[in-house]
Design a binder for this molecule. Structure first.
Ligand code: NAP
Length: 292
C-alpha cells in the first residue's frame, strides 16, 4: 500500500470544547503495552516507531491512560514524542487501575485522582494535560466528588479540558453541572450500538464522542464488512472506521495497534467514503444479530 496520500487530516476536524481542534482520526495507545495491557511491550523499538509514524501521518490526538501498563503507555508516548510537536493533543485518563494482567480496580476518589494527575503530568513531561478523562465512574465514590476534583485540578491549571469515559447520558448531564465536558469515550462500533443515544446527545451538545473498540466484532459483522471491503478493495477494519466517521461529525475514532502496517491501514480510512446503501447495511447489523 502506498502511504503517500495517507493523512489523518483527511477525516476533517472535531472541536474539543471550542478550545482545541483535532483531526477526526486519532490513535489509541493501549495496545502498545505487554500482553493483558500489562508491562512493557515485547518490542519497544517497534512500539516507539508506531507512535512516531502516527505523528508523521498527521494523527494529532492520542488516547492513553495511567493504567495502560500501568504507566507504560504514557512513558512510551513521552519517550517517542517529547518534545511534542505543535498541535498534538494527549488525552489521558485516571480512576481505573490495573493491579495485574487483565485486571481492573476502581479508584476515582478525590485523593487518588489528584495523585493520578500529578503522576501523569510527570510521566508525560507536561505542565498541563490537554484532555483528562475520568476513566469510569467509581461505584463507591460520589460521581460528583470525582468530577469536582477534576474541576479543581482544571482551576489549578493542571488539566486544560475535562472528559468522561464509560458513562450514561445521566452522568454527562450531572458532570456538565460542575464543569464543561469536551468528550465522552464509550465502547461503540457499527455492530455495537448500545450507546447510540449517547452519540446523539453528544452531537446535539457539541461534545466529541470517542468510540473505543471501534473495529467491531462478531462473525456476522465480519461477513458484512468483508463483503463491502472486497467491493472497495480494502480491509474490513477500514470499512468499520469509515462507518464511524460517517455516523456523526463529532465521532473521533482511536483505533489501537502495535503495528506500523495496521496503523497505516487505519489512517488510510480517513479518506474513505461509504455509499449511503453500504452505510445503512452496516447500521442494520445489530438488528440482524437480534433477529437470529
Ligand atoms: N475507555 C475505555 O475504557 C477503553 C477501553 C478499551 C480501549 N480504550 C482505548 O481505545 C483504543 C482502541 O480500542 P481497542 O484497542 O480495544 O480496540 P480496537 O482499536 O478496535 O482493536 C485493536 C485490535 O485490533 C487489531 N488491529 C488494529 N488495527 C488493525 C488492522 N488494520 N488490521 C488488523 N488488526 C488490527 C490490533 O492488533 P495489532 O496490534 O496486531 O494491530 C488490536 O488487537 C485503545 O487503544 C484505548 O486507547 C479505552
Amino acid at each position: 500500500m502506498s502511504t503517500k496520500n495517507v493523512s489523518a487530516g483527511l477525516a476533517g476536524n472535531v472541536s474539543l470544547g471550542h478550545e482545541l481542534s483535532v483531526h477526526r482520526l486519532g490513535f489509541g495507545a493501549m495496545r502498545l503495552t505487554g500482553e493483558g495491557i500489562w508491562g512493557p511491550p515485547k518490542d519497544r523499538k517497534s512500539a516507539l516507531a508506531v507512535l512516531r509514524r502516527a505523528v508523521e501521518l498527521d494523527v494529532n490526538f492520542m488516547d492513553t491512560a495511567d493504567s495502560y501498563g500501568p504507566n507504560v503507555s504514557e512513558d512510551l508516548i513521552a519517550e517517542a514524542l517529547f518534545p511534542y510537536p505543535r498541535g498534538l493533543v494527549i488525552a489521558t485518563k485516571g480512576g481505573w487501575n490495573r493491579p495485574g494482567p487483565n485486571q481492573w480496580t476502581h479508584d476515582a476518589s478525590p485523593i487518588h485522582l489528584r495523585e493520578a494527575v500529578e503522576s501523569s503530568l510527570k510521566r508525560l513531561r507536561l505542565d498541563c494535560i490537554d484532555v483528562y478523562q475520568l476513566h469510569t465512574p467509581d461505584p463507591v465514590v460520589s460521581f460528583e466528588a470525582s468530577v469536582e476534583t477534576l474541576a479543581q485540578l482544571q482551576n489549578e491549571g493542571k488539566i486544560r479540558l475535562i472528559a468522561l469515559s464509560n458513562v450514561t447520558r445521566e452522568h454527562i448531564e450531572r458532570a456538565r453541572k460542575i464543569a464543561p465536558i469536551v468528550s465522552v469515550q464509550n465502547r461503540y462500533s457499527f455492530a455495537d450500538r448500545e450507546w447510540d443515544y449517547v452519540v446523539d446527545y453528544c452531537e446535539s451538545n457539541g461534545i466529541a464522542f470517542i468510540p473505543w473498540f471501534p473495529l467491531g466484532a462478531g462473525r456476522l459483522a465480519g461477513e458484512v464488512l468483508n463483503e463491502i471491503g472486497r467491493a472497495h478493495g480494502i480491509s474490513a477494519n477500514q470499512i468499520a472506521l469509515a462507518w464511524l466517521l460517517r455516523r456523526s461529525p463529532i465521532m473521533l475514532p482511536i483505533p489501537g495497534t502495535s503495528s506500523v502496517e495496521h496503523l497505516e491501514q487505519n489512517v488510510a480510512a480517513a479518506s474513505l467514503q461509504l455509499s449511503r446503501e453500504e452505510y445503512e447495511r452496516l447500521a442494520e447489523v445489530p438488528e440482524l444479530f437480534s433477529s437470529r
